[in-house]
Design a protein around this ligand. Structure first.
Ligand code: NAD
Length: 452
């Protein structure tokens, strides 16, 4: 690892990555590698958790291709020097900002969208002109292997390299003085990464998780709300960082909402019998999720096929914050529903919890919408939809507080992997002497007159 790290630093110092054409060439190569090896990647995600080729394209590859295309078209303008006005005290001079790459960066991925969460930050890092070490999650082991094979075959080790491994290897990588660490994963491991980075004053972006609430108000378009919630929750068998973790529903519509949920789950065919229904990633998570299901509160579903690592879409009702399922991020196909009588109690409760990565509100009323948007702090979200905000690259994607720091996608990703260097560029043909010693009252008066 040390050799790779040093080679990457040396290569960065040749300045080749500062060339915009070089960066574009690498992005185009990455796009070709992803498209030409679609079937290898499909096979890997299928082996890891039975993810279908359809979902693999819609939730992983297509988003990456879109990010690459945006970077290719935006890069020339993003990387340009930006002229800014010069203040009076510095007259005559020019002032400008130079976007520059940070250097050699480390990207650590999570397993739930194992291709997208590893490669999307890499696209931003390439666009910004860095050299990259990528450590995908070892939990999605087939994808990790496939990425290592594809990347390490197609890219020079001194520019972009995949290091495979788990805790031991990541811990070793965290000893090196990278110029940036971009981490996607749990808040618990996020703290470990942050502490390791602090030892070397390494800037970090932390894309973390948490419990993302969804509020269904009494004036919501219930049919549409249910359709969108069911898709967002049971896609990838609930193993989505921005999936609705739990529902707050107005008590006056709770019964109707629950019935519609049941109908929609059946209609969408999210079931153990459906070959496109995604597996739980490993036995440990099957056991963890099984413990969270309180059979007394199951309204729909609840079946667990331990051997096949499949958990039926499960809706739990009459839930409270004392339930086990409300004590941790669920990250699986279990949807607890909590009744409320007044939107203000919902706001107060959510505000008392760690800031979520996402929050969704389903309502036709501007007042409910604006109350939620004004009062609750969260990474990002949607009104009358869930998850889909991630697909709009004009929106920065990231958490706040416990759900993370920093953001990426498109230009925001470029910014995340860039330093904005501020330059005052002054000619030598003119100099005012007010600021120089010896100090006099006249100089002071002039400074006051000119600068205030
Ligand atoms: P994780 O924190 O267990 O692992 C993430 C990465 O950290 C992996 O590459 C892993 O090898 C490494 N790692 C694990 N333990 C480590 C340790 N002790 N020291 C150093 N490195 C270590 O997370 P996960 O299980 O892969 O992903 C699930 C979590 O990630 C959920 O909380 C989810 O919400 C969150 N997540 C967030 C986003 C986002 O974009 N904000 C996206 C996906 C997942």
């Amino acid at each position: 690892m040390e050799t790779i790290f040093k080679r990457q630093q040396d290569f960065f110092n040749t300045n080749q990555t500062k060339n915009i054409e070089f960066r574009k060439k690498q992005l185009k190569k990455l796009k070709t590698v992803l498209l030409n090896n679609n079937s290898l990647l499909n096979e890997a995600t299928f082996k890891d958790f039975k993810k279908s080729a359809f979902e693999n394209y819609t939730t992983e590859i297509s988003l990456l291709i879109h990010e690459i295309d945006l970077a290719l078209s935006g890069l020339s303008s993003w990387s340009k020097r930006k002229k800014v006005a010069t203040n009076f005290a510095n007259f005559p001079a020019k002032s400008y900002i130079i976007p520059e790459p940070l250097g050699t960066v480390l990207v650590i991925g999570a397993w739930n969208y194992p291709i997208q969460l590893s490669i999307a930050p890499v696209i931003a890092a390439i666009a910004a002109g860095n050299t990259i070490v990528l450590k995908p999650s070892e939990i999605a082991s087939h994808v990790s292997k496939a990425l290592a094979k594809l990347i390490n075959f197609n890219f020079e080790e001194n520019y972009f390299h995949v290091v495979e491994g788990g805790i031991a290897e990541t811990t070793e990588l965290l000893h090196f003085k990278f110029d940036k660490i971009f981490f996607t994963g749990s808040s618990t491991v996020g703290k470990i990464v942050y502490q390791a980075a602090a030892k070397n004053l390494i800037p970090v972006t932390l894309e973390l998780g948490g419990k993302s609430p969804t509020i269904v108000a009494k004036d919501a378009n219930l049919k549409m709300a249910v359709k969108r919630i069911v898709w967002a929750k049971f896609l990838n068998a609930g193993q989505t960082c921005i999936a609705p973790d739990y529902i707050f529903v107005d008590e006056s519509i709770e019964k109707h909402f629950l019935e519609l949920l049941k109908l929609e789950i059946v209609k969408a065919n999210y079931s153990i019998q459906n070959d496109n229904y995604v597996q739980i990633i490993n036995d440990k998570n099957v056991q963890r999720l099984t413990r969270l299901i309180n059979t007394d509160k199951v309204f729909f579903g609840g079946q667990v096929h331990e051997k096949e690592r499949l958990i039926e879409p499960t809706v739990m009702h009459n839930c409270t914050f004392n339930d086990l399922v409300m004590q941790e991020e669920i990250f699986g196909p279990i949807l607890p529903v909590i009744k409320y009588t007044n939107i203000n109690e919902v706001i107060v409760k959510i505000k008392s919890l760690p800031k979520p990565l996402s929050c969704y509100v389903f309502t036709e009323s501007n007042s409910v919408k604006n109350t939620v948007l004004n009062e609750i702090s969260f990474g990002g979200g949607a009104v009358n939809d869930a998850i889909m905000h991630i697909s709009n690259s004009n929106l920065p994607f990231g958490g706040v507080g416990n759900s993370g720091m920093g953001s990426y996608h498109s230009k925001y990703g470029f910014d995340t992997f860039s330093h904005y260097k501020s330059i005052l560029d002054k000619p030598t043909w003119l100099e005012f002497n007010f600021k120089y010693s010896p100090y006099t009252n006249l100089k002071k008066k002039l400074i006051k007159l000119l600068l205030g």
